[in-house]
Ligand binder design. Structure first.
Ligand code: NAD
Length: 234
């Protein structure tokens, strides 16, 4: 049986577009090339087997970028929603900008740059923005790899995310092309009666029942969040 909707619950679902105005490139806006690397070269288990050094270098660069970017008004507005609502952020992003803006419940379905994973026992370790080198081992003696869900690997926490969407009273999707599955399919889990909005520059297909607002996250998201906070006061 379906769990009931929680009137105070908001799910915010984000993709690379929410971090674009912080200076982190999206996949889309670089034509599927992420700073001159193709997906096949750096974001698959085959790439890791063929050239682990290149893969580590690529993610070391991405991780180091986090030292030079800040949360933008969209990340900050999402965090502010917690003053009035129970908010769950489900993100496809591997950056840490939601946490740095103050969001306390963030689910990273595609992993996190600031973590490393043992290839032996899958244990996960916080590494901050430090690089990983070939030869860096976990305490049990296995090589560490980026804690990133590569293409062809299983997305994390998907059942938990479905349940959050099914019980949310409001759902806000931001800055995702909705092309990378299964994460992109999550928005369809939202209930018929929930208030549902998508903010993006472009989306392939708007899921049923969502109001689409075309525009930049840092301009539109603070307005939506302020309205929702005001509504809760009334
Ligand atoms: P995507 O690149 O496929 O789509 C980005 C979407 O954001 C597009 O629809 C684009 O129109 C929109 N957009 C661009 N600038 C925007 C802005 N300022 N405001 C609002 N919308 C804007 O990204 P995706 O859907 O997240 O999927 C691609 C995969 O790339 C994800 O799995 C993610 O893990 C990975 N990725 C992550 C980061 C990051 O962590 N910051 C960056 C690049 C890619």
């Amino acid at each position: 049986m379906n769990k009931p909707i929680d009137p105070n619950k908001i799910v915010v679902f984000t993709g690379a577009g929410v971090s674009a105005e912080s200076g982190l490139k999206t996949f889309r806006d670089s034509n599927g090339l992420w700073n001159n690397y193709s997906i096949e070269q750096v974001a698959t288990p085959q790439a890791w087997r063929a050239n682990p050094e290149l893969v580590l270098d690529f993610y070391n660069m991405r991780r180091n970028e986090l030292n030079h970017v800040e949360p933008n008004p969209a990340h900050i507005a999402i965090a502010q929603l917690e003053k009035q609502y129970d908010v769950v952020v489900i993100t496809q992003n591997v950056d840490n900008l939601h946490e740095r803006a103050g969001s306390t419940k963030v689910i990273h379905v595609h992993g996190e740059l600031t973590k490393a994973r043992s290839i032996g026992d899958n244990a996960v370790y916080d590494i901050g923005t430090k690089p990983i080198a070939l030869g860096d081992l976990c305490p049990n003696g296995h090589q560490l790899r980026p804690h990133i869900v590569w293409f062809g690997e299983e997305v994390l926490f998907i059942d938990e995310c479905r349940e959050h969407l099914q019980t949310a009273n409001k759902v806000l999707g931001i800055g995702s092309s909705l092309t990378v599955f299964p994460a992109a399919g999550l928005l369809k889990q939202a209930r018929f009666n929930a208030e549902k909005i998508i903010v993006s520059m472009e989306v392939d297909k708007i899921p049923f029942g969502y109001k689409f607002l075309r525009g930049k996250a840092a301009s539109l998201v603070p307005v939506i969040c302020e309205n929702w906070i005001k509504k809760q006061h009334q």
